[in-house]
Design a protein around this ligand. Structure first.
Ligand SMILES: [Zn+2]
Length: 467
């Protein structure tokens, strides 16, 4: 009898904890990851927004105003400086792994389960949104378990098998297996698993399918969405994808949702030392967070928004000569280093090689040189030498960074602009600097204090009573 009483008391206690926890867990979870976005990437963008304003007229970023703000340690299991796949694994699964491994333990013996997969089992809708391809390291960390982040085909297979509800990004890097030609095409595999693929917002907006969505750009070859500063109204954007996924989930969710949105090209721009593109990508990322914030305002007691980064890229410094920060000069940069490279290559391949005066006019138009930005005779001489080597003697080689092969004159011109804007870079890769975390909404306070990247999943896991 006593035993029976004890058992029923235990049962009651368990039931209570489930009910209490049911009331404690956020029903709607947004995790925004600014890839490569360190404290200085945010501060440079904040200064830019205050001095120049955003294209949509804001004079501040939104996410730095969130009430909980702290720093996150980004080390991986193998290195003090993490790569994106080890960082994504830590953020998504709550366990650290070796650099270049994705969703597996540090010894590559077994797969790790992400919080997103566990929430999927609880009936949450899961959305994975990125400005890179959906099989890239950061999105992959949430659904894939592979020994190497470059196994894009296998990561794509994991995506098709995930059962996740919405994938939005630049598409797939390896739709056909390079190692096994008889393996099925990933598009067919996704189709078999019940996914519908749309290319571009027009196609998506005409659609009636609401479940298991792939939303990609109309352009089938790009490895990422266009930089915010290079795109036109018809190009698919990260805010477009965020909006589409959120609208879909508002309509279809029954138990809640989890959305991961990656600002992937903050990292790409930082690897290439393109300060203007870093700032514009961070503003674009903020626009996505504003969409979540509007949703939060309607569901304040059920929504949690987390904004963080996987690591810092570039060792971005604010200040390189005196006490002035001239970040406002970045407003004269009209396109990314990548787009400058493309334009210069086209000029180079034309019948008429542009003269130095033509090139000066081009740099004036796209970077404000000599007009809004004073260029000294010595600085002009350095650009001229670079132009002669590249355009006349055709001697110089492309400047290679992780995601780009850029025209030397474009790189020299952007480096000069960054110098004028008081930006400094210490490395072409990642650093071990801590990254910021901003949080608002249900249980945001649990993220206060110095955090480890594994806490992003583990704090929530505890609340959900998931092991
Ligand atoms: Zn990177």
């Amino acid at each position: 009898m006593k035993k029976l009483l004890r058992l029923s008391l235990l049962g009651l206690l368990l039931l209570c904890s489930v009910v209490v926890n049911g009331a404690q867990v956020p029903k709607y979870i947004f995790l925004f990851i600014g890839d490569g976005m360190g404290f200085n990437h945010v501060e440079a963008t904040q200064i830019y927004a205050e001095k120049v304003g955003t294209d949509t007229g804001e004079r501040s970023l939104l996410f730095p105003t969130f009430p909980v703000m702290t720093q996150v340690c980004t080390r991986s299991a193998s290195h003090l400086i993490t790569c994106s796949s080890a960082a994504a694994t830590a953020l998504a699964t709550g366990e650290k792994t070796t650099n270049y491994v994705i969703g597996m333990d540090a010894e590559k013996n077994h797969g790790l389960k992400s919080l997103a997969r566990q929430l999927k089992d609880k009936g949450y809708k899961i959305g994975i949104i990125t400005s890179a391809s959906i099989d890239h390291a950061t999105p992959g960390g949430f659904y894939a378990s592979q020994p190497d982040r470059s196994m894009y085909y296998e990561i794509g297979v994991d995506a098709a098998n995930s059962g996740f509800d919405f994938f939005g990004g630049a598409g797939l890097l390896e739709p056909r297996s390079k190692r096994n030609p008889s393996a099925p095409c990933l598009y067919d595999l996704f189709n078999q698993k019940g996914y519908t693929m749309f290319r571009g917002m027009d196609a998506y907006n005409r659609a009636t399918a609401k479940d298991k969505i792939l939303l990609f750009p109309t352009d089938t070859v790009s490895k990422s969405l266009k930089y915010a500063m290079d795109r036109s109204a018809k190009d698919l954007s990260l805010p477009d994808l965020t909006k589409a996924c959120l609208a879909n989930f508002q309509e279809t969710e029954k138990k809640g949702f989890f959305m991961m949105v990656e600002g992937g090209k903050i990292d790409w721009a930082a690897h290439a030392h393109d300060g203007g593109a870093v700032v514009k990508e961070t503003i674009d990322f903020d626009q996505c967070i504003r969409l979540a914030y509007d949703f939060y305002k309607n569901h304040p007691n059920e929504t949690l928004i987390l904004v963080t980064a996987d690591h810092e890229t570039g060792g971005l410094g604010l200040g390189n000569s005196d006490m002035n920060l001239n970040i406002d000069l970045l407003q004269y940069q009209k396109c990314s280093q990548e787009a400058l490279t493309a334009a210069m290559r086209e000029m180079k391949s034309g019948k008429m090689i542009p003269s130095w005066e033509d090139m000066k006019a081009f740099l004036k138009k796209n970077l404000g040189f000599w007009e809004q930005i004073k260029i000294t005779p010595r600085e002009e001489l350095e650009l001229l030498v670079c132009y002669e080597e590249s355009f006349l003697k055709k001697k110089s080689k492309d400047v290679v960074s992780l995601y780009a092969k850029d025209e030397p004159l474009a790189v020299a011109a952007i480096a000069l602009l960054d110098k004028k804007a008081s930006l400094g870079w210490t490395t072409k890769t990642h650093t071990g600097a801590p990254v910021p975390l901003y949080a608002i909404g249900k249980q945001a306070v649990l993220y206060s204090g110095r955090r480890d990247n594994t806490d992003m999943a583990n704090v929530l896991r505890k609340l959900f009573l998931i092991k």
